[in-house]
Write a protein that binds this ligand. Sequence first.
Ligand SMILES: [Zn+2]
Length: 380
Amino acid sequence: MRPQIPAATIFFSVVVMMATRLGSLNALEQEKGNLFWRKWLKRPLPSADTMGRGFSRMDLEAIRSSLRHVYLRLKRNKAIPKTSGFHALVLDGHESSASYLRCCPGCLQRTVHTQGADRTQYYHRNVVAMLLGEPFPILLDVEELRPGEDEVAATRLSRRVLKRYPRAFKLAVVDGLYLRANFFQLFLEHGKDIIAVLKDENRDLLEDARALFPLENASVEDDGKTRRQVWDIEGFESWESLGREIRVVRSVETRSFRRQLTGQAEQQTSEWIWATTLSREKASTSAVVRLGHLRWRIENRALNEMVISWSADHVYRHHPTAITAFWLTLMLVLNLFRAFLFLNIKPCRRAGHSQLYFARLLFSDLCRENSSNIPAELSP
Ligand SMILES: [Zn+2]
């Protein structure tokens, strides 16, 4: 019988793999000769296979509790500033892997029409919850979509976040996908406001708003090279299933820029429309516009960064529990890494270096068997 390797040993081995951006369990296993592991884990590094198997049995609630613990520490240290007067929750859907060959009981399926024939593609999709924040978002939780689900997973995630983080935010800022009455009502029941992108999904409200915009005066704001014409109208009743009035804010934005190749001056116009339960007393027009934009920017930046720089989409082990456990672990590592970077390292030492530079420093430290730069919070 093989000796039992504690879950904590496996978990903290993966924490180091992620913090140092090794990218795969096999790459981590290559480091097994490093004396660092004796100091860090007090035992040898488990094999890649053992770590993969361990993660498919990992206690997800234990990792979620660690995420909450880090959030509470940051909050106690007043390290989570408000944005435009709010602590805001952001939800974002993300497709995390796709394959024609491999599937697991948690895989979603779709038919892809290729030149030769129709093929079944297997993929995973999740919803990520994070707190809007500068200089870094705080990642809170993730929920996998189960086969046959769409926005239900976001509701499940929202219920859990509302229960676990009841005072962490007063506002949720979400994509048009969640512009649904039951979703809005869930947040309203918990005393939270919500801002959602207004899209075709809510045709009555959108048509009503479009009919009113030309009759109302827009305010004009200049923000650097961008000019915004903004309409802000309260009291729409056309979203009947919501059972209450709603406010709509529209921003038509014209950005002036010069083409690099030709040197020609050009303008680019974009339109943004949001529906919100926030009254004007609670949030000004520019606050709604700013929060709506920030959600888009932060959700893109946070998820792109997780995927491109931190291998979030890598399938370390193709198993439903393992996939969620690896995502939750990466969220924990990133919160700690960014907190360490932005709160512990002096701005003058940080200046001119990317986050990846510091991740590489951690890795070179690991190679030198000198772990002094690894944050104490990451210790087992
Ligand atoms: Zn799968």
